[in-house]
Design a protein around this ligand. Structure first.
Ligand SMILES: [Zn+2]
Length: 333
């Protein structure tokens, strides 16, 4: 079988050095990467867990909590540490960062305390804002060691995403990783400027982004699918052999997505939700004025699948209500 990611065996035999900590093949370690200090003098760190098999193989970065309130990704990443999944690697290295944005996490916020979004601050600079410094630390200290990235997110501001992998269709290795993940939905999405995916792409690192559930809220299905998909990716790279893994053997691949927006302001009640298939013209929700005078029906504009929906109870005209995937094909894995 042709290797998806080429491994430099000589380089693998060397110690992986993060900050001043060296980790040799066959070893594991937990490292705190210093980022800076807050006005309160509290120090900010990025915790990275490193697991190295003796046998040479790819180095995979698994990262959660780039947005601090997106807890499903943090759960997926930390659960796999607790389950000791990476202690059984057949080959290669996993670097796991369960929670990049520690301060967003304790403040139920997507951003860091100065109001900036880390995922719009890459590649970052140590002379910049806190978000720029977190981004720079990851870019400079971690990314040079890795071969590919799995980045875990959820929908933001009350938007629920059905478990889905996003990747750039220009990146053929990312496409293979995306399909190996076997999420219910797989979506070709252009790269957002200044995102982790952008800096990774510039460094030649295939990256897939898992989007599942909603910020602040835990979703068991999203977490289970994220863990299953990660194991399938590691299996596809020959890094993990879990005979007990119940594999996903299909995904729906979308090459186009679009938003259905509110054409009226009021109380929003959806009748179809993420994961549902819709047909052209089908009623999928209603917007009601608060005084019992008017109800407006929301319709699907084309045939497709709802890949995300808005759980907000009150919406303004123009707000995004449903994210729908079009131009799809069923793919067997
Ligand atoms: Zn996010």
């Amino acid at each position: 079988m042709k290797e998806l990611i080429k491994v430099d065996e000589k380089k693998y035999a060397e110690a992986l050095v993060l900050d001043n900590t060296s980790i040799l093949p066959g070893q594991e370690g937990t490292i705190r990467l210093g980022v800076g200090r807050l006005p309160s003098d509290n120090r900010l760190y990025i915790f990275a867990h490193v697991y190295r098999s003796l046998k040479p193989g790819p180095t995979v970065l698994m990262i959660g909590g780039v947005h601090g309130d997106e807890v499903n990704g943090v759960m997926i990443t930390r659960n796999m540490i607790e389950e000791k999944v990476f202690e059984k690697l057949d080959r290669g290295t996993v670097i796991s960062v369960p929670l990049l944005n520690v301060y967003g996490f304790i403040n139920f916020s997507r951003e860091v305390p100065d109001g900036k979004d880390i995922n719009r601050s890459f590649p970052g600079t140590m002379a910049g804002s806190l978000a720029a410094r977190v981004a720079r630390t990851l870019t400079k200290k971690v990314l040079p060691h890795v071969d590919c990235i799995l980045d875990f997110h959820t929908g933001g501001s009350s938007r629920f995403n059905y478990p889905q992998i996003r990747y750039s269709k220009k990146d053929k290795i990312a496409e293979q990783l995306a399909l190996a993940f076997g999420a219910p939905y797989t979506i070709q999405k252009p790269i957002i400027p200044k995102s982790l995916r952008k800096v990774a792409s510039d460094m030649g690192l295939p990256t897939i982004v898992y989007e599942a559930g909603e910020s602040v809220r835990l979703d068991g299905y999203s977490i289970a699918k994220g863990m299953q998909g990660t194991k399938q990716v590691l299996q596809s790279l020959g890094m993990l052999n879990d005979a007990n893994l119940s594999r996903s053997n299909k995904t729906i691949l979308f090459s186009k997505t679009g938003w259905i927006r509110a054409n009226f302001s009021g109380i929003f009640v959806w009748s179809k939700q993420s994961g549902h298939k819709v047909t052209k013209g089908e009623p999928i929700g209603q917007i009601k004025d608060p005084f019992g005078m008017k109800t407006v029906t929301v319709h699907a504009v084309r045939e497709g699948y709802i890949i995300g929906h808005n759980n907000a109870s009150v919406v303004n005209q123009g707000d995004a209500l449903f994210h729908v995937g079009y131009d799809y094909e069923d793919i067997a894995i």
